[in-house]
Every structure is written in structure tokens, then in C-alpha cells.
Design a protein around this ligand. Structure first.
Ligand SMILES: NC(=O)c1ccc[n+]([C@@H]2O[C@H](COP(=O)([O-])OP(=O)(O)OC[C@H]3O[C@@H](n4cnc5c(N)ncnc54)[C@H](OP(=O)(O)O)[C@@H]3O)[C@@H](O)[C@H]2O)c1
Length: 248
């Protein structure tokens, strides 16, 4: 069987790094992207023969274009793209500088839009291709926190981007997915939560290790059919229904 090729965006740390190892060990040719963490990228490409790393700063359109160009020089065809990279910047309307909001949209939404658009010719040549966006429960309607404005808005847009693409590509060879992980112990976990919150989450059953989340994303991607949003069951249902919906 032909070896499959996957692009993992943001594969130098956290969930993306765990995904990269999982797919490399499963026999895939893996193209990972990094932004700042060049050391991790070098170490990982040394460790796995079938792994290549490319620089990509999703906030900069020229960087996304350069990355897509390099990918198309490496492979004529892509089976899977996992748009995993994401940033969290704290702050509400009273604290958040507009450039931080722009940056969050650049990394979490528009950079992924452009990269996916530029990779379409490679996805079109695969018999069955898959594009998965990793979003957050913060992007859901009922799950809003006062100081997470940029993350909430951009992840909500990312979920709607995934849903729109699911409709656009419904009758094509490209399946579109969106996965919402549970809280996972990565750098993002330590930067987004206070020490007290981290302790409380650690004591609960909500916290996953990056490899657990990577396994769930892979299982979701493997079985991706039709229109679906994958939600890690560890995220309690009540979180999605914090507000009362009224029919008028
Ligand atoms: N951890 C959680 O609890 C959790 C929960 C729900 C959803 N998620 C989502 O899951 C995804 C992965 O989260 P994580 O916790 O693994 O994050 P993480 O540990 O903070 O890693 C972030 C990754 O994104 C890359 N990245 C950061 N800024 C970038 C930029 N400007 N352009 C391109 N890549 C950039 C990083 O690259 P460098 O290291 O090279 O800079 C790194 O590989 C994110 O989309 C996040 O929103 C996470």
C-alpha cells in the first residue's frame, strides 16, 4: 500500500508533537510545521526518518505562502492536514490590544484558511483526503469566560470555518473535520490557567496527557465521514449549556 502523507501544523510542542510521533510510528510520511521552536523541530526530524519540518508563522501571510510552496516541493499529494497550532492570549475588551486580537485571528483562523486553500491542489490528487481543524470548547456558544475574548472569538470562527467547509466539500474527495479536545497538559494549559485552576483541573478527570488527546484526534480522523464535530467526552456536557436558550 502507498505510504500516506500528512501535514501537522504546529508539531513542535504539545498535542501537535504527540500527533507527529503517533503518525510517524504508524508509518506515515509526516511534514510538521514549527514557528519559534526550531530546536524541537531539528530534534524530531533527526529522530524520525520520515519526518520533515518546515517553518510556518500562521500570523504572517508570506510565511504561510512560503510554507505551502515548500510542502508542494516535497510531495505531489496529501492525504491528511491537521490544522492544530493555536494561541491563547488573555484579556477582555478592557485589556486586549487590537493587535493581539488580530494576531489571534491570524494564527487561529486566517492562517489556517490560507494554508488549507493553498494545499487544495495536493489534497485534490489524493483518492480520499482529510482536513481536520483543532478548535476549543471556548468556541462554543454557551461556554464563555470573561478574560478569554480573543480565544473565544477565534475558536468560534474556526468551528464555523470547519462547518462551512464541510458543506462546501461534502460531495468531493475531501472530508473536513473539527475536533474539540479536553483540557490537555501542554504549555497552553500552564499559560491559560491560574495555579489554583490547574490544581483543580489536575484533580478532576478532565485533564489528558498530549498522547491521549493525539490518539483521540487520530481515531476521529481515521473514521471521519460526512459532517461531524468530534468532542472529547471528558468535556462535560453542561459546559456547552451554561446559558438558557429561549424560543420566542
Ligand atoms: N491544551 C489544551 O488544553 C487544549 C484544549 C483545547 C484545544 N486546544 C487546541 O489544541 C491546539 C494545540 O494546543 P497545545 O496545547 O498543544 O498548544 P501548545 O503546546 O501551546 O503548542 C502550540 C503549537 O502551535 C505552534 N504555534 C504557536 N504560534 C504559532 C504561529 N504564530 N504560527 C504557527 N504555529 C504556531 C507552536 O509552534 P512553536 O512551538 O514552534 O512556536 C506549537 O507547535 C491549539 O489549537 C489549541 O487551541 C488545546
Amino acid at each position: 500500500m502507498k505510504q500516506k502523507t500528512i501535514v501537522i501544523v504546529g508539531a513542535s510542542r504539545g498535542i501537535g508533537k504527540a500527533l507527529l510521533k503517533l503518525y510517524a510510528k504508524s508509518g506515515y510520511t509526516v511534514i510538521g510545521t514549527y514557528n519559534k521552536n526550531v530546536k524541537a523541530a531539528q530534534l524530531l526530524s533527526k529522530k524520525f526518518d520520515q519526518v520533515t519540518f518546515i517553518h510556518c508563522n500562521l500570523a504572517k501571510l508570506h510565511s504561510v505562502r512560503a510554507c505551502a510552496k515548500k510542502i508542494s516541493r516535497i510531495t505531489p499529494s496529501l492525504d491528511i492536514v491537521i490544522n492544530n497550532a493555536g494561541i491563547y492570549t488573555a484579556g477582555g475588551l478592557q485589556q486586549l490590544p487590537i493587535r493581539a486580537l488580530h494576531n489571534a485571528f491570524g494564527v487561529n483562523v486566517t492562517g489556517k484558511f490560507l494554508l488549507t486553500q493553498l494545499l487544495l491542489p495536493l489534497l485534490n490528487t489524493a483518492p480520499e483526503a482529510k482536513v481536520v481543524f483543532i478548535s476549543s470548547r471556548f468556541g462554543f456558544f454557551g461556554n464563555v469566560e470573561a478574560d478569554s475574548l480573543s480565544y473565544t472569538l477565534s475558536n468560534s470562527a474556526l468551528i464555523m470555518l470547519s462547518r462551512s467547509l464541510q458543506e462546501e466539500f461534502l460531495h468531493t474527495n475531501i472530508r473536513i473535520g473539527c475536533f474539540i479536545p479536553t483540557v490537555t497538559k501542554t504549555d497552553r494549559f500552564t499559560s491559560a490557567f491560574t495555579r489554583e485552576e490547574q490544581m483543580a483541573i489536575q484533580q478532576s478527570k478532565l485533564l489528558a496527557q498530549p498522547i491521549d488527546t493525539a490518539r483521540k484526534i487520530k481515531a476521529y480522523t481515521d473514521s471521519l465521514r460526512g459532517v461531524s464535530i468530534g468532542v472529547d467526552a471528558r468535556v462535560p456536557n453542561e459546559l456547552f449549556h451554561k446559558i438558557r436558550l429561549e424560543t420566542v
